[in-house]
Ligand binder design. Structure first.
Ligand SMILES: [Zn+2]
Length: 445
């Protein structure tokens, strides 16, 4: 049986991930993501009303027209986790395939939400919610397994496609967190077992391949959050923390820090509301009863007036806007378009990395300057990455022992670090390490 790996999106960039795996004449699609960067540079773009081909031309979603060259029938569309660069193009592309969409409960709720906003296409694919740790037969020959792993959003999986020739592992977006603050550590035992059973090839992220060592645990981020909030002189001032709204584990740590400071945690922003409410509904996280979640603009303004009146020192605000995104809560506070005021000595904590693209750098520069001009104290990089460091990648490859490796989820210039690493392990570029551009297929017989 011939095995083909087709790179559709995410092989020369961070964003719009999509891969097709062909085993004989059957195909499994892995992820259908969005490139948010390409959406943002077009300003007020409303993707929900746009045609797929226009979004493909913008570089916002994967160019799946190349699927026409692939000789096989799509049996399943599998999403590894709920980040937008993995599920964001589902409403635009999934309807073209007569196949179920498979995802863990948290990712599936987010997919349903995306589909509900879609104005152009009807997505009528069967939605099959799966459980981490379980295997699912998608055709006579193919079984898809979801191996529990850790990342920066709940219920992330390493997807394994079992074929009669052996396993194909899709290991994008993971870190080997042995001391997580939520959920179990990754299922190392199962990964080693899959390696012993025989792995034909693995598609592996390499966005942090230049980061030496292992990626720190989320419990390290929790310590950093606690130190920043508990040890700064902040008893009588306003405190705001901004982070990724999908990073439920981080938000849990921030909420717990707020409780320990005797401040009531308040969450602001539509996306904060969506992710946290979904996580609570599914029983993934249990936050204290006095927490306030304000997604709606009117509710947000009302509670902000109350905070200003009661005294900011009684509250801790968890807000969107860590990259200075226009319209996000922190950006609007900096712009003075909300009733909450940033004042001298107020503490603003960035529990996020700076995303190094020029648009984000400009947005963040503008917001940070405005906050500093009001006298606020900014605490940067109170954060650890959700991606694998160089030695985590080494361990993943050592556990899986794949015959072939496909690096993905990084710009091409970063791939050389992955080549260096894997050649030090006995692989050879061009023989069993394959660099692909979006649109190319590599056939392994
Ligand atoms: Zn991710």
């Amino acid at each position: 049986m011939e095995i083909g790996i087709k790179a559709i999106g995410g092989y020369e960039e961070v964003g719009k991930n999509m891969t097709a795996v062909r085993a004989g004449d059957e195909v499994v699609i892995l992820d259908m993501g969005l490139n948010l960067d390409r959406v943002q540079i077009h300003g007020e773009t409303r993707t929900e009303t746009m045609e797929s081909l226009d979004l493909i031309e913008m570089g916002a979603i994967p160019d799946d027209t190349v699927m026409g060259d692939l000789d096989g029938e799509v049996k399943a569309i599998v999403c590894s986790h709920g980040h937008l660069d993995h599920i964001g193009a589902v409403p635009k592309l999934a309807h073209r395939y007569d196949a179920p969409i498979m995802a863990t409960p948290f990712a599936m709720e987010l997919i349903k939400d995306k589909i509900s906003w879609e104005k152009r296409f009807k997505v009528e694919n069967e939605l099959q919610t799966v459980e981490p740790g379980k295997r699912y037969q998608v055709s006579d020959d193919l079984v898809v397994e979801f191996v529990h792993t850790k990342h920066s959003i709940p219920q992330t999986t390493t997807v394994v496609i079992h074929t009669p020739e052996g396993a194909i592992v899709y290991a994008l977006d993971f870190r080997f967190d042995r001391n997580p603050v939520m959920e179990d550590p990754p299922d190392f035992k199962r990964l080693r077992q899959i390696g012993r059973e025989g792995v034909i090839c693995a598609v592996i992220e390499c966005v942090n391949v230049e980061t030496e060592g292992m990626s720190p645990s989320e419990s390290v981020a929790r310590m950093m959050v606690n130190q920043t909030l508990h040890e700064a002189e902040n008893e009588d001032v306003g405190v705001m923390v901004t982070t990724f709204s999908s990073h439920v584990a981080r938000i849990k740590s921030i909420v717990e820090a707020a409780e320990a400071m005797d401040r009531r945690p308040l969450l602001f922003g539509r996306s904060m509301d969506k992710y946290i409410t979904t996580a609570e509904k599914l029983g993934i996280v249990d936050l204290p009863g006095d927490i306030g979640i304000y997604g709606h603009p009117k509710a947000r303004e009302d509670i902000m007036r109350k905070v200003m009146k009661d005294g900011k020192e009684n509250y801790l605000l968890i807000v969107t806007g860590h990259q200075g995104e226009p319209g996000a809560t922190l950006t609007r506070i900096a712009n003075e378009t909300l009733p909450y005021e940033a004042e001298p000595e107020d503490q603003v904590v960035f529990s996020a990395r700076r995303i190094p693209n020029p648009l984000t750098i400009a947005n963040r520069y503008s917001m940070e300057t405005k906050l500093r001009m009001k006298g606020a104290r900014l605490f940067q990089d109170v954060h650890v990455s959700g991606h694998a460091g160089k030695q985590d990648l080494y361990d993943m490859i050592k556990m899986l022992q794949p015959q072939h490796l496909f690096p993905a989820h990084a710009p091409l210039d970063m791939m050389s670090g992955f080549v260096d690493l894997t050649e030090s392990m006995g692989y050879r570029m061009g023989e069993d390490v394959h660099l692909m551009r979006n649109g190319q297929e590599m056939v392994i017989s």
